[in-house]
Design a protein around this ligand. Structure first.
Ligand code: TRP
Length: 453
């Protein structure tokens, strides 16, 4: 067998799946969720959830995809033609679409901030001295409360996503992201060093690394579990779809391990950038979805050539988000192509336009429209509510279904045959079987119920 060929094909899957996994979930969502949920205590549970819940489910999704060679709806149909299971496929397709509708709003922010950085709008922060954080928060508040701009950025980002998706994912974008993602990582390390050397950074480090166990509540555990599934793009069938493109001679467990490792390293690095800086500037770590956009310009203002670094950073972040939105749009698009016989172009454009419309309430919920910015009853803004429902609860329920389906309906023994095909011996087979049949279903259920009861 051609050794180089093997390596090439394995790296192809790892790159595509990491392109989906690494995105705003790591750099925008992880830090503000950790900040809201107690910092280090959250980090600890998050890491546990990655190993015990997310990694086994990732392997299950990839195996399901490779064994059937289908999209999520088709995969369930193929293995369980009767019964309600294929209904889960539809839930996944819907969830992927709904996540995209608000994710694209944040992705639009990265474009807006790229332009602001390029035009040197953040240079004034350097002159603001001690007030830099306050000025930065005002800039962000004005930005997100400008309705027309927010809708334009949402539409532009989804337009880019549709453009890439309609031409097929495998071409340019994959090669690009291969080149650019290491550059993003280098930039993250530069920012981390600057942030760690700010005055008062130590308080932030302590918040991030020294757990206060009294802060662990059911909400914190739910948030950590949801973040683990969200960050690895699980629970909606993306990894089933991507798994369906993996060759039979590839080592699935090793690939899954690499994907989870890359994703986790980037999220943890983002935390090392955000928390030292947030505390050193006297900001509130529980500040919510704007946290990262509030603090990053302040850091750039304190770096030589900050304008260059800042523009480059937001551009790379936008590209990381684009490889993710493309994978999100791919779920409904693959469904319309496979099951409804649409052309790729038609599927991408229709889904994309519909997604812009569905994204408008989220785009207007950050200060533009009072009602959407503070919904009655739930007391949160529309974007946060959508993120909680689709990006947390539905994802976790999806992951629960996948674990039960693979462990009990398809049967873990058959799944194991698929998983160990093409690799060496799968040393953690027993751990995986226990995790997918017992630990994941029981834990996810208990964690979800603990909040309701
Ligand atoms: N994992 C992506 C990120 O971290 C976001 C995401 C969540 C996602 N769920 C998904 C992507 C499902 C694709 C499919 O940015």
């Amino acid at each position: 067998m051609n050794k180089r060929g093997n390596w090439n094909s394995r790296i192809g899957f790892i790159l595509a799946a990491s392109g989906s996994a690494v995105g705003l979930g790591n750099i925008w969502r992880f830090p503000y969720t950790a900040g809201k949920n107690g910092g280090a205590a959250f980090l600890l549970i998050y890491l546990a959830a990655i190993v015990v819940l997310a990694l086994p489910v990732l392997l299950a999704e990839a195996a399901l995809g490779r064994a059937t060679g289908r999209n999520p709806v088709g995969a369930f149909k193929a293995l369980a033609p009767r019964g309600l299971w294929k209904g889960f496929g539809y839930l996944g397709v819907t969830a992927g679409f709904m996540i995209l509708s608000y994710y694209a709003v944040i992705a639009g922010w990265t474009l807006g901030y790229f332009l602001k950085a390029l035009r040197g709008e953040f240079n004034a922060l350097a002159a603001a001295g001690k007030d830099a954080a306050v000025v930065s928060q005002q800039t962000f508040g004005t930005f997100t409360a400008t309705p027309v701009l927010q809708i334009i950025l949402l539409a532009v980002f989804l337009g880019l996503t549709v453009y890439v998706t309609s031409r097929g994912v495998s071409g340019g974008i994959e090669r690009w992201s291969k080149l650019l993602m290491p550059v993003l990582l280098v930039l993250l390390v530069v920012l981390m060093i600057r942030s760690l050397t700010l005055d008062g950074a130590g308080v932030g480090l302590k918040f991030y690394l020294k757990p206060d166990f009294s802060r662990i509540t059911p909400s914190v555990v739910i948030a950590a579990m949801g973040q683990a599934f969200f960050s690895l793009s699980l629970g909606v069938g993306t990894m089933i779809t991507y798994g369906s493109y993996v060759r039979k001679n590839e080592n699935l467990p090793a690939s899954a391990g690499w994907i989870a490792l890359c994703d986790t390293i980037i999220a943890i690095t983002a935390g090392f950038i955000i928390f030292p800086a947030v505390f050193s500037q006297g900001m509130d770590p529980a500040g919510g979805p704007g946290l990262v956009f509030n603090i990053l310009p302040v850091i750039f203002a304190k770096i030589p050539l900050g304008q260059v670094f800042g523009s480059l950073f937001f551009l790379l972040l936008a590209i990381a988000a684009l490889t993710t939105t493309v994978s999100l749009l791919e779920v409904p698009v693959a469904y319309f192509i496979d099951e409804r016989g649409w052309t790729r172009r038609r599927a991408a454009w229709i889904t994309g336009i519909f997604c812009v419309i569905m994204g408008i309430p989220a785009a207007l919920s950050q200060g533009s429209v009072g009602f959407l910015s503070r919904l009655p009853l739930v007391n949160m803004d529309f974007l946060s509510l959508w993120d909680l429902i689709w990006g947390n609860l539905v994802l976790s329920i999806g992951a629960l279904f996948i674990a039960v389906f693979v462990g009990w309906v398809w049967k873990s023994s058959k799944a194991l045959m698929e998983i160990s095909r093409g690799g060496g011996r799968f040393r953690l087979a027993l751990f995986w079987v226990i995790a997918i049949r017992y630990v994941a279903p029981a834990l996810i259920l208990v964690i979800l119920l603990s909040k309701i009861l």
